[in-house]
Design a binder for this molecule. Sequence first.
Ligand code: CP
Ligand code: NVA
Length: 330
Amino acid sequence: MGVNLRGKSLLKLLDFSTEEIRYLLDLSRDLKSQKRSGVPHRHLEGKNIVLLFEKTSTRTRCAFEVAGSDLGMGVTYLEPGTSQMGKKESIKDTAKVLGRMYDGIEYRGFSQRIVEELAEFAGVPVWNGLTDEFHPTQMLADLLTVEEHFGQLKGRKLVFMGDARNNVANSLLIACAKMGVDFTACGPADLMPAEELVETAGEIAKVTGSVLQFTEDVKEAVAGADVIYTDIWVSMGEPDEIWATRTKLLKPYQVNREVMNGASKDAIFLHCLPSFHNRDTVVGEEIYQKFGIGEMEVSDEVFESPQSKVMDQAENRMHTIKAIMYATLK
Ligand code: CP
Ligand code: NVA
């Protein structure tokens, strides 16, 4: 039976089968090639979407806006702190109202519970643009980037270095398990994914053949890796005070030349971005002044190296988000 995602929300990748993810990746490739060759694809003309952001964004917002416009849709952006949601209006009421006006809703914010509740009451597809727990639209871009680079996903080894229980790492664990990619979480024991999520991923991996590993040992983790992936050490929504302990805890897990040299010779580097790889940001400079660390989760050398595919990855956010919207709204 063919895959049909019409009307479905993307709240977390756990809700999608391997075949459905495969379908979205293939659709992303088609839409990317149409965009590149200037073939118009305004398939959703007359529809409207709303982008509800409770946290800041560059890539996710722009990807939804450009993809929505390429598909011929009207796009409304609600920036953090400017809607009634949560303060003067419940999630349920907000969902019902937006569902009366829009054909689809993107939500970026805090608890996964909020995006699940929006989807329960909106009556239209809801897409999770990042919560504290998961970042599923990011995963499609990451999988597409790995597949474009290596020609296939199955059997490749991806290592996530650092805060291995943040939204991106949680999502990578599931994305890799679903697609038969071997996944290693490498970080301090205190920052490993929740036991329940590991168990769920383990059940999925039994079917797809993924090998899942969790280790504090950098050398052991990166041996044979095709993809080294990292993310910032303190995620949006976490208190500023945490920087002091996080920098200490995660410094040994910085992706630098030595780490890349320990991986496969053809290994690539990925990062969801934004990244603190130098002092050219307000936070980067502050951390340097306080703790003397000028490059955090990745060294500037690796970030700027030919092995780094982070800009391909960032571009793929747009093509994959377009595929999700098209598949669920067509
Ligand atoms: N990777 C990602 O979600 O980037 P933004 O925070 O800029 O949207
Ligand atoms: N873990 C990061 C991802 C940013 C795209 C955060 O939540 O801030």
